[in-house]
Design a protein around this ligand. Sequence first.
Ligand SMILES: NC(=O)c1ccc[n+]([C@@H]2O[C@H](COP(=O)([O-])OP(=O)(O)OC[C@H]3O[C@@H](n4cnc5c(N)ncnc54)[C@H](OP(=O)(O)O)[C@@H]3O)[C@@H](O)[C@H]2O)c1
Length: 307
Amino acid sequence: MTHHTSTQTSTETSSATGTDVTVIGLGLMGRALADAVLTAGHRVTVWNRTAAKAEGLVSRGARLADSVESAVLASPVSIVCVSDYASLQQAFASVSGDLDGRVLVNLTSGDPEQARELARWADQAGAHTLDGAIMAVPSTIGTADAIILLSGSGTAFETHQPLLAALGDATFLGDDHGLAALYDVAGLSVMWGVLNAWLQGVALLSTAGVDASAFTPFAAQVAQETVGWLPGYADQVDRGSFTPDDATIATHAGGIAHLVRVSEELGVDAELPRLFGSVAARAIAAGHADRSYPALIEQLAPGSRAS
Ligand SMILES: NC(=O)c1ccc[n+]([C@@H]2O[C@H](COP(=O)([O-])OP(=O)(O)OC[C@H]3O[C@@H](n4cnc5c(N)ncnc54)[C@H](OP(=O)(O)O)[C@@H]3O)[C@@H](O)[C@H]2O)c1
């Protein structure tokens, strides 16, 4: 990517630039995104490294650009969705001109810092960016089931909200360009936390011949009850106040030790519960035995409000 210093930030109208929106990257997700904006009635320019993948979209009225730069300049807003940031850098390496106030909505998955770096580059190239995380599969794009988290330029979000709504349930999180990517990984943490905890239960019940399907309604009930605790616990974390209304960390640690012991006795892998136990043990060693469970945040993010 070539860096520029530009003070020009004007946003041209679609009539001056040709189409309403450009889609760069026509893989499985990019084609679904282009399809959704075409279906919503927008005039669309597309670009893909392998031009043949644009055929279906061109037959539906999309215009095919011959370079990334001409694609970006064809519309006031461009949606970018390629494999990763390295691919994005390669695709944009040929961009040498001023992007002249255009908006880039980057829906390529990546790290928070990659999103911030892209925003700095775009700023120097005279463009504004929104960085996004798509929490959906291509078949749901264009419906309310497609959750799209966005962060970065609030002005760009407001200006292009109707267009972004054509892609799915587009939510703006704030002006830190890295926020959407951060929510994305935080969501993954919750997802694998739930999946692995459920699998531990499945493994325990399997030793008594109980099927996963028989155990799962009870697992869902426990998960739902636990989720119900989160708003109150979040308030404790935000206030940095951990008075135990329900159980202390010491009490939880006793329960975790029980889970470890029973897992070991039954020949079930106990690595995951042992990990829970070691975090609780660190909190107890730090003098937090009589605090409520969310005080463990200090073990995960030292220097947080629990200290
Ligand atoms: N698919 C999903 O369910 C899903 C869900 C959420 C998020 N996402 C994210 O969406 C992004 C795209 O995923 P996808 O499923 O569309 O992947 P994909 O089908 O593999 O498509 C990848 C796209 O990136 C392009 N590309 C790769 N390297 C390139 C390079 N060096 N220069 C220019 N273009 C390059 C490809 O161009 P060619 O056609 O020329 O190869 C293609 O358009 C990823 O970041 C993914 O994590 C996908």
